[in-house]
Design a protein around this ligand. Structure first.
Ligand code: GLN
Length: 555
């Protein structure tokens, strides 16, 4: 039977609860246990799909096409279990499910209430995420509760896990609470009071933490740990210090050295071989000893909030590690790029246009793609980045002046990117669906397979078939593919099911490395192997750099 570790947070958000949970999972996995992670989000949105990246950061997409919290990205990068739709749920989903049951009459005339109906539903969802009682059940499920203790909206979740631990019986559930220990510069002291209070708040709700992870900018000395222990009723060895580090890959070892996994295994009465964190040590070594550096210009919209591109940043860094290079990512606001300013991109080793929605900054992205094509700078376009590369090629090479996507210019004379319904409508074959009526889940989402043409750059990277995850509405318009092909654009992969454009590229005789992909490869990159596409892109940027250096030397 699956056992559970509940991870809650106190004092403030953004302390790294996701990384802490993923690190604990990674250590337990290194002890030979099968582990999964479940994220509970107390907000009312059904999923983060319709939330602004400014509000929420990246929307992570699972293989089965769920739009989830970005913490699921950390989970997949830290452990081997793949996340599914059931690994993330929100208050919105809980209420939706309870209300559907109520309408069906499942509650047999009873008054439907937060306790027990909402709290029972939460427990069912947690068990479902862990595969509890099924052949897929894991040994340990780590359940991260979003928000901070004391928020009104997270109360039903805390109440649900409290009830659950009672029902499961002793040694089936452990509680880890992440707190904050601020350094007060004026006093020259670490302050333990917020942690004392948040542990008390948790006890008020009926939960006694087994372990406190104390976030601070520095290690917490024994004296302060002792004080925290006394006031929070957590034994001293359960007060664990989690200080700022320059790479997240140091966190598993930091927590293990202080006995976090031993404490959890003792609490849950689990016997395993000792943890083996050698691969994490190797990773840290790789991060700290790069042999070279590359600079990538990332031309996007939400550039002031790098959380919007979490998985992408990680994928680039992983590929850097694979190439023994430090990757410096320079975020460039596409609104600042015009025909006059685009030459600023010359100083970079590669250009990357990431995914995005909406018209703002589009012309800057198109100018960046054009510059990369003409100046033979390595170019990687992801999702929207493939679409702008296609628009750019249509306009400036294929002679389709003012070509555009109907997302940005509904009346464009050449809709080279459009909704499938729009180009099918021209034949009167299908009706336009009302895309505005329900924005949630109306996209191409999740993993899909495509056939890759032989002799292409894509084929060198992927072989015959590529399967990657999607999150977009618009597609390369089938009606213009022949024109684009004749003008020299290579369509190197088409989806198996609907023959939609999956990858475009330039022949390597024309450009050393130019590729746009309709999917989001960043979701499948791991620190262990990187990702073949990013590994190849970073390699191309390194080649570009050494070629440039050679040219300079000759000059
Ligand atoms: N806005 C584009 C679309 O919906 C691209 C989406 C993306 O980059 N994720 O198709």
């Amino acid at each position: 039977m699956t056992q559970f570790v509940i991870v809650t947070g106190g004092v403030v958000s953004s302390l790294g609860k996701g990384i802490a949970s993923a690190s604990l999972a990674a250590i337990l996995e290194s002890r030979g246990l099968s582990v999964t992670l479940i994220k509970l989000d107390p907000y009312i949105n059904v999923d983060p799909g319709t939330m602004s990246p400014f509000q929420h950061g990246e929307v992570f997409v699972t293989e089965d096409g769920a739009e989830t919290d970005l913490d699921l990205g950390h989970y997949e990068r830290f452990i081997t279990t793949r996340m599914k739709r059931a690994n993330n749920f929100t208050t919105g989903q809980i209420y939706q499910s309870v209300l559907e049951k109520e309408r069906r009459g499942d509650y047999l005339g009873k008054t439907v209430q937060v306790i027990p109906h909402i709290t029972n539903e939460i427990q069912e969802f947690i068990k479902r995420g862990a595969g509890y009682g099924t052949p897929e059940a894991v040994d340990v499920a780590i359940v991260e509760i979003g928000g901070t203790v004391g928020d009104i909206e997270s109360l039903p979740f805390l109440e649900a896990v409290r009830q659950m631990s009672l029902k499961l019986g002793p040694h089936q559930m452990a509680f880890v609470h992440l707190s904050y220990v601020p350094w007060i510069a004026a006093a020259g002291e670490l302050k333990t009071k917020p942690t004392q209070h948040t542990a008390q708040k948790l006890r008020e709700i009926g939960i006694q933490a087994d372990c406190l992870l104390c976030r601070a900018d520095r290690p917490i000395p024994a004296e302060e740990k002792e004080k925290i222990s006394l006031f929070s009723n957590v034994p001293e060895w359960g007060v664990i210090s989690m200080w700022d580090v320059d790479t997240i890959y140091k966190v598993p070892r930091m927590l293990h050295e202080q006995g976090l996994d031993r404490l959890i295994c003792e609490k849950l009465h689990i016997n395993t071989p000792p943890a083996d964190l050698s691969r994490w040590d190797a990773l840290v070594h790789e991060v700290e000893h790069p042999k070279q550096e590359v600079s990538i210009a990332m031309v996007g919209k939400y550039v002031d909030l790098s959380d919007s591109y979490k998985s992408l940043n990680e994928a680039l860094r992983h590929a850097g590690m694979k190439n023994h290079a430090r990757v410096n990512i320079h975020y460039i606001d596409s609104e600042t790029i015009t025909a006059d300013t685009v030459s600023q991109l010359t100083k970079f080793d590669g250009v990357l246009v990431p995914g995005g929605f909406g018209k703002r900054g589009i012309e800057g992205k198109i100018a960046a793609a054009r510059f990369a094509r003409e100046k033979k700078l390595p170019y990687l376009g992801i999702c929207l980045g493939m679409q702008v590369a296609t628009i750019e090629y249509a306009r400036h090479v294929a002679g389709l002046e003012h070509a555009n996507s109907t997302e940005f210019e509904p009346d464009t004379p050449f809709p080279v990117i459009a909704l499938i319904d729009e180009w099918k409508d021209a034949d009167g074959t299908i009706q336009t669906r009302n895309a505005q009526s329900d924005l949630g889940g109306t996209m191409r989402l999740g993993a899909q397979s495509s056939d890759v043409s032989q002799g292409t750059l894509a084929h060198k990277i992927y072989g015959d078939v590529v399967s990657e995850r999607h999150r977009h509405r618009y597609e390369a318009n089938v009606r213009y593919l022949d024109t684009l092909r004749k003008a020299g654009l290579v369509i190197s992969a088409l989806t198996q099911r609907e023959h939609l454009t999956e990858i475009v590229e330039l022949p390597q005789s024309v450009h050393p490395w130019f590729m746009g992909v309709q999917f989001h490869p960043e979701f499948k990159s791991t620190p262990w192997d990187g990702h073949p596409l990013f590994n190849a892109y970073i390699k191309a940027t390194l080649d570009h750099q050494s070629q440039r250096t050679n040219l300079k030397a000759v000059a």
